[in-house]
Design a protein around this ligand. Structure first.
Ligand code: CU
Length: 130
């Protein structure tokens, strides 16, 4: 499931390049100490964030439904449409070591997100879209 998702994103990224679009990707890493690095990523509208799992355990990238702009689309690794669904089916959203998850932000604003297994350890982050 995760590999398929990654393949689809890779295809979309390639297509973007072929069309001559300037698709910029910002990387947020999960380095293994139960953090997102940087904790707050600032990007332009239309840019993509790629979360890479550089640790040896699984994580999720899951938006807080009440911490994203009203007009924004919900996002979560695993492709869930709601925070509840993501929490209920956590194994489907896990990003394995060495894998990544990408999301392109189309609406400006502040987005709060977290890792479901490590939320209690403070593994949370923010994306600011200018
Ligand atoms: Cu985690």
């Amino acid at each position: 499931m995760l590999r398929i998702t990654t393949a689809i994103f890779a295809t979309l990224s390639t297509a973007g390049c072929l069309n001559g679009q300037s698709s910029s990707i910002q990387t947020v890493t999960m380095p293994g100490d139960l953090t997102f690095e940087p904790k707050t990523a600032t990007i332009e509208t239309g840019e993509t964030v790629r979360w890479t799992n550089e640790s040896d355990i699984e994580h999720t990238v899951t938006a807080y439904e009440d911490e994203i702009p009203d007009e924004a689309t919900y996002f979560a690794s695993g492709g869930f449409e709601s925070e509840r669904a993501a929490r209920n089916r956590v194994t489907e959203g896990l990003i394995a070591p060495g894998e990544n998850y990408e999301y392109t932000f189309q609406k400006p604003g502040t987005y709060g997100y977290f890792c479901i297994p490590h939320e209690g350890s403070g593994m949370v982050g923010t994306v600011r879209v200018k």
